[in-house]
Design a protein around this ligand. Structure first.
Ligand code: G6P
Length: 438
């Protein structure tokens, strides 16, 4: 039985993860669960409800606690889930609104918003990993903190020898869940071919474990019948429905591979910017939607000290992290799409890029499969995007305005240097106290 700490316990995703931990208790049996957060009140709301849930649904768990003290949180742990958001949803809203004021799309991980969020996240993530390592040298660190691409690039540089930090994102599995439901199959029976960077990749193939290839069936179904998100957390969300509909359009424009939905921001940046309402960006929708719903659920559970009348289920996001952690801890050698240093996996792009590819998760870490050469279009896109990611991290270490400007100029959502400068200057202003001095 293992000890798990969730860092960012106050997240609106935590309850879903708790339900997944319960549903997956045989995959990753726990002895102790700890929440850690820097925001006591925010975490306590989730933790008080979690106490009730665990009492009812996970009586085997020996210990549950929540804390803002690092030593208490990080001592004697086997695995850590990292899901922090530096600056909270308030700064997410800034990341989304500032570019929009300049006519550029506003998104938390793509474009100037993603860059701003990356610059805020890097120092906290570096500190956090050092702190965890102070108390638990060998714990597996499952990091899905956004913007994952930039965070992963920075962690690769800061901790090149630490083989127990795994950068992992749930978007590929969330997309695969929709494929699976479309095929009436179990998502865990699908085996993907995939390459790219985080939030910037393509499925080349979807097979089942017997080797039956469903790629063309999926493409036909998406084109002819539409593409909808089916996982519980995103299924009824209008914004995610629109995103999946755009993924169908991308597939029709470039039918070669099945795109990650995040490519919409790079392929149709003008449409995306036009569609957004600066007074109601995603942050606001999350605050008034998921956060409100989660907090109300917590109040109800805590108030009645029971789960009566409450509908809660796990989601694919939590199940993915738990199963991937179990594969590492128990050397199950299962295949998951994760971020790793390229080192020739995609043979015609830079060796040092953090690529997102399928890998076998073993007790010695991820063992990625070779992708080989990729066609010119994808190579060009990925090299451009990786140069952007690398420049952001360079800019962080070198405190360089010019590198930030170069990064934004390269980003497909910006390209115009005058616009890049204007948005950068506003982001610098809004992020004082978070970013290093440039
Ligand atoms: C997906 C992505 C995550 C992202 C999340 C945002 O799960 O893979 O990287 O954090 O969507 O969702 P939200 O509902 O907060 O906009």
């Amino acid at each position: 039985k293992k000890n798990l700490v969730i860092v960012g316990g106050g997240s609106t995703y935590t309850l879903g993860i708790i339900m997944s931990l319960i549903e997956e208790k045989e995959t990753l049996p726990l002895r102790k669960l700890t929440f850690y957060d820097t925001d006591h009140a925010r975490q306590e709301k989730i933790a008080k409800a979690t106490e009730v849930i665990l009492r009812e649904k996970y009586p085997e768990l020996e210990e549950f606690k929540y804390t803002t003290d690092m030593e208490t949180a990080f001592t004697d742990i086997d695995v850590a889930f990292l899901q922090i958001r530096t600056g909270g949803l308030k700064m997410r809203e800034q990341d989304e609104q500032i570019p929009l004021r300049h006519g550029i799309l506003g998104q938390e991980t793509c474009g100037p918003g993603g860059m701003a969020y990356g610059m805020r996240s890097i120092p906290d993530m570096i500190e956090l990993i050092k702190d965890i390592r102070t108390y638990s040298e060998d714990a597996w660190i499952m990091n899905y903190t956004n913007p994952a691409a930039i965070v992963a690039e920075a962690l690769k540089r800061e901790f090149p020898e630490d083989r127990r930090v795994l950068n992992i994102c749930d978007m590929p599995i969330a997309i695969m869940k929709s494929y699976a439901d479309m095929l009436d199959k179990d998502v865990w029976d699908l085996v993907p071919g995939y390459f790219g960077l985080n939030h910037f990749g393509w499925f080349t193939k979807i097979e089942d474990k017997l080797g039956q290839d469903y790629t063309e069936v999926i493409k036909d179904k998406i084109v002819n019948e539409g593409f909808i998100p089916t996982d519980s957390e995103i299924a009824n969300d209008a914004s995610w429905q629109a995103t999946f509909a755009t993924a169908r359009k991308m597939l029709m424009d470039f039918p070669e591979y099945l795109p990650n939905t995040y490519l919409q921001y790079y392929f149709y940046p003008e449409d995306m910017a036009r569609k957004e309402d600066p007074d109601n960006t995603r942050a606001r929708q999350v605050i008034g939607g998921r956060q409100k719903r989660v907090h109300e659920t917590c109040d109800k559970i805590t108030g009645s000290q029971s789960l009566e009348g409450v509908e809660l289920t796990g989601d694919i996001h939590g199940a993915y992290m738990i199963r991937a952690a179990a594969s590492l801890i128990h050397h199950l050698n299962h295949i998951y799409i994760v971020m790793v240093k390229n080192d020739g996996i995609i043979s015609n792009i830079p060796e040092d890029a953090m690529v997102e590819v399928p890998a076998m998760l073993t007790k010695d870490g991820p063992k990625p499969f070779a992708v080989g050469e990729i066609p010119a279009f994808y190579k060009g896109l990925i090299e451009n995007q990786y140069a952007y990611e690398k420049l952001v991290v360079d800019a962080y270490y070198e405190q360089s305005y010019m590198k930030m400007l170069q990064a934004l100029t390269l980003n497909r959502t910006v390209t115009d240097v005058n616009m890049a400068k204007a948005v950068l200057d506003d982001l610098i202003e809004a992020n004082r106290g978070y970013w290093p001095e440039l």
